[in-house]
Design a protein around this ligand. Structure first.
Ligand code: IPM
Ligand code: MN
Length: 377
C-alpha cells in the first residue's frame, strides 16, 4: 500500500481518445469525492496529431512520466496522414513502444456481456448471446510474435523485391504469458459459464507453425503445475467459429500476439462491440490500461462515442493497482465502479449511437458519475 497515493500518467492521445479519457477522469474524480484521492492523475499530450504539430510523438518528460508512473491510462493513438519516416504510425511510441520498453508482456482483455447491452450483427440489433453466456478473458502475448521488430524490405535498384516479418516465440515470452493465464484462471471466482470449469484454452495454429507447436509445449509444461485448471487446445481458425457459437464454453484463453489481436476484436462483438472492450497491458512492475478501440477520426470532436470501454479500463486499472500493492481501498473502488457501470447498463435508457441510442459521450459520463455517487463506498 502506498500511503502517498498512486501516480497515474494519462495519455489521451488522438481523435476520440481525449473525449473518452475526459469522462474516465470525471468518473475517477467522482469515486474520490468525500475523501483524499488515493491517486493523482497527470495528463500528457502525445500521438499522431501531436506529431503533425511538433514533429515529435511526445516529449521526453511524458516518456519519463510513463516510466515512473504506478499505472498508465491511454486513450487511443493514430491519425490519418500521421506517419513516421520509416512508415510506422506516429504515436506508436505510446502503444507498441511502451509495451516493448516497459515489458508489458500480458495483454489482458476481459470479454463480458452486461445486462442491458445490445449487440449488433449484420447491422441489426439482436439478442444472440445472453449475459449468462459471455464471461471470458483473452490473454494475448504482447511483446513478441509477429510484432517483434525484426522485419524489413529488400530493395534492388529502388524497387521492393522481398519483404519479411519474422515471428519470434521465445521460451521466456511464452512461459510468462501462459503462467499469467493459468494464475488468472485459478484466481477468478467462477469458471466457464457453461459448466463452471476453470479452463485455459491455448489458441494457436500448431498444425502448421513451429512457433505454435513450441507455444503448446510450454503451455503443457506450465499447465501441469495447475492441476485444478483444465487445459484445452484450439486452432485459431476453428476457435473463431466456436467462440461465436458457444461463448459459454470459454473461461480464460491465451494466444500469441497477432492471433490475440485478431480474436479479441472478434470477441468484442460478443460484449456489445468495441465500445465496451477494455484491455490491460501488464508487466512485472508496470501496467497500461486502454479502451481497445482506436482513435475513430470520423467521430472525433463530436461527443458521440461510447466511453464505457474507458470506464472498464479504469476499473481494471484500479483493480490491478489494488491487488499489486495489496491495497484494499483500490479494490473496493474497482468493485464500486463495476457496480455503478452494471447499474447504468442494466437500467437501459438511451445508450450512445453504437447501442442504437442518442446519448452523448459526456451524458454517458454524467450518468456513470451519478451512479458512482449513489453506490455506497
Ligand atoms: C490493439 C491495436 C494495436 C495493436 C495497434 C494500434 C498497434 O490494434 O491494441 O489491439 O495492433 O496491438
Ligand atoms: Mn487490435
Amino acid at each position: 500500500m502506498k500511503e502517498a497515493g498512486y501516480e497515474v500518467a494519462v495519455f489521451p492521445g488522438d481523435g476520440t481518445g481525449p473525449e473518452v479519457v475526459r469522462e474516465g477522469l470525471r468518473v475517477l474524480a467522482a469515486l474520490a469525492e468525500g475523501g483524499p484521492a488515493p491517486w493523482r492523475t497527470t495528463e500528457y499530450p502525445g500521438g499522431g496529431q501531436y506529431y503533425l504539430l511538433t514533429g515529435r510523438e511526445w516529449e521526453p518528460e511524458a516518456e519519463a512520466a510513463a516510466h515512473r508512473a504506478d499505472a498508465i491510462l491511454l486513450g487511443a493513438v493514430g491519425w490519418p496522414g500521421a506517419t513516421l519516416p520509416n512508415g510506422d504510425i506516429a504515436g506508436r511510441a505510446l502503444v507498441l513502444g511502451l509495451r516493448e520498453r516497459l515489458d508489458l508482456f500480458a495483454n489482458v482483455r476481459p470479454c463480458r456481456l452486461y445486462r442491458g447491452v445490445t449487440h449488433r450483427i449484420s447491422g441489426r440489433y439482436r439478442e444472440v448471446w445472453s449475459p449468462e453466456q459471455v464471461d471470458l478473458v483473452i490473454v494475448r502475448e504482447n511483446t513478441e510474435g509477429l510484432y517483434t521488430p525484426a522485419r524489413g524490405r529488400l530493395k534492388r535498384g529502388g524497387e521492393t523485391e522481398v519483404v519479411i516479418d519474422t515471428r519470434v516465440i521465445t521460451r521466456k515470452g511464452a512461459e510468462r504469458v501462459i503462467r499469467f493465464a493459468f494464475e488468472l484462471a485459478r484466481q477468478r471466482p467462477r469458471g466457464a459459464p457453461e459448466d463452471g470449469v476453470k479452463r485455459v484454452t491455448c489458441i494457436d495454429k500448431a498444425n502448421v507453425l513451429e512457433g505454435c507447436r513450441f507455444f503448446r509445449e510450454v503451455f503443457e509444461e506450465v499447465g501441469k503445475e495447475y492441476p485444478e485448471v483444465e487445459r484445452e487446445y484450439a486452432h485459431v481458425d476453428a476457435f473463431t467459429q466456436w467462440l461465436v457459437r458457444n461463448p459459454e464454453h470459454y473461461n480464460v484463453a491465451v494466444s500469441t500476439n497477432l492471433m490475440g489481436d485478431i480474436v479479441t476484436d472478434l470477441a468484442s462483438v460478443l460484449q456489445g462491440g468495441m465500445g465496451f472492450a477494455a484491455g490491460g497491458n501488464i508487466g512485472a512492475s508496470h501496467a497500461m490500461f486502454e479502451p481497445v478501440h482506436g482513435s475513430a477520426p470520423k467521430y472525433a470532436g463530436k461527443n458521440q462515442v461510447n466511453p464505457f470501454a474507458t470506464f472498464f479500463a479504469v476499473e481494471q486499472m484500479l483493480r490491478w493497482l489494488g491487488s499489486t500493492h495489496q491495497d484494499l481501498r483500490l479494490v473496493h473502488q474497482a468493485d464500486r465502479l463495476e457496480r455503478a457501470l452494471a447499474e447504468v447498463l442494466a437500467h437501459g435508457g438511451s445508450g450512445t449511437y453504437d447501442q442504437g441510442g442518442t446519448a452523448t459521450t459526456s451524458e454517458t459520463g454524467d450518468r456513470v458519475a451519478e451512479a458512482v455517487r449513489r453506490v455506497a463506498r
